[in-house]
Design a protein around this ligand. Structure first.
Ligand code: ATP
Ligand code: MG
Length: 356
């Protein structure tokens, strides 16, 4: 870490960095020097294609600086260049590090505490997408291959389910049956993607609520930019629906506590579409709800596949941990499906009023 810290003159005479926050992928630290406090992050090189990520983000951060200066909007915490003028600093093991602006007293939420947070969080994501819409997709490579690809996740699940012992399958019989019976969600998405009617845009791809920072001076900022790459906006909308509407953590074992909170669905839909409304195509508008269903289905498949494979990807603290997570996603999706017509109607009304 020292070799990295020495690359930043603003960190001269720093105090020992302390682990910070509760991210699961990167290593995040708070570092203090006489000039102030900063966030230091080491990008996880086992998860991301580091050279691609460094290229993507150096293009993005330059463009973001221009956009923020031009529009006067602040969208994300600033990233500081090192003494060589670069946004990332490599260490001798090939990992990339970066130094970011820190907001004392800021917070992010695993669960949305009220509709105002859902509205403001989604609105900030919509404003951020307006910026992403200005970027050329060909400048961005894939930092994780096939990151959001529901049809590919389904294929993997169908392959694994054939290979696992009957005894293990019995434990997850109901969940496997649900996954089998709802393949139409992945198929509908695959057909849509095949027609090429959804525009490929630069998108965030990890729009969960805890990737949004609420500062104590009232700003709402987007973080966790490592998965920014070409994709579809319907997945970004979908992951907000998945993470904003649930009132409890995704591994809460009591299934009755998992509810789809329609009020939060309304708030986030309004917030996201207000700034973005006029830039979306008809096909995108019509597919938003499919995006939400697909991402919840995809997440259920990923947890279930990992359970069947012996918990090799997600961190678990007990054997059924991934099975519990599968159940919570299925419950959320079931709730959504019950109210599907109502949700679609609400979406249309929101899009209409947003059009005015
Ligand atoms: P995830 O588990 O969501 O993939 P990650 O390991 O990729 O997380 P981030 O989401 O970038 O890491 O950051 C982890 C946490 O650190 C955030 O949830 C937030 O609480 C905190 N954090 C990150 N950047 C900042 C910042 N600039 N200012 C204050 N806190 C920050
Ligand atoms: Mg995060």
């Amino acid at each position: 870490m020292e070799e990295v810290l020495s690359q930043y003159s603003i960190l001269e005479d720093y105090k020992l960095p302390k682990p910070f926050g509760d991210g699961h992928i990167n290593d995040t630290y708070l570092v203090e020097s006489p000039r102030g406090k900063y966030i230091l992050q080491r990008v996880n090189k086992n998860i991301f294609d580091t050279p691609v990520l460094v290229r993507n983000l150096s293009f993005l951060f330059e463009a973001l600086n221009h956009y923020e200066n031009r529009t006067g909007k602040k969208l994300t915490p600033a990233v500081f260049k090192n003494n060589s003028g670069k946004f990332h600093t490599p260490d001798h093991k090939g990992a990339a590090w970066r130094l970011m602006e820190f907001f004392p007293g800021c917070r992010s939420y695993a669960i949305s505490p009220n509709e105002n947070i859902s509205y403001r969080g989604a609105r900030a994501m919509g404003e951020f997408q307006l910026f992403l819409n200005t970027l050329p997709t060909e400048k961005f490579g894939q930092t994780i291959r096939n990151f959001h690809n529901t049809p590919a996740r389904l294929k993997t699940f169908l392959k694994i389910v054939k290979e696992v012992p009957e005894k293990l399958k019995k434990l997850a019989a109901a969940e496997i049956q649900f996954a089998m019976e709802h393949q139409n969600i992945a198929n509908a998405l695959e057909q849509l993607l095949d027609t090429g009617s959804l525009p490929v845009r630069v998108t965030h791809n990890d729009t969960k609520l805890d990737n949004i920072l609420f500062t104590n001076d009232g700003r709402v900022l987007i973080i966790d930019l490592d998965t920014i790459m070409p994709g579809s906006i319907i997945y970004d909308y979908g992951d907000m629906v998945r993470t904003f509407t649930s009132p409890v953590k995704e591994d809460e074992p009591d299934i009755h506590n998992h509810l789809f909170r329609i009020k939060h669905f309304l708030a986030l839909t309004k917030g996201y579409l207000e700034p973005l409304k006029s830039t979306l195509t008809k096909a995108e508008k019509e597919s938003l709800l499919l995006g939400a269903k697909a991402i919840i289905y995809e997440q259920a498949l990923r947890f279930l596949t990992d359970f069947l494979q012996g918990n090799i990807y997600y961190k678990t603290t007990y054997r059924e941990h991934n099975l519990i997570r599968t159940r919570t996603q299925i419950k959320l999706l079931k709730d959504m499906l019950i109210d599907e017509n109502k949700l679609q109607q609400t979406l249309l009304v929101t899009l209409k009023s947003a059009d005015k």
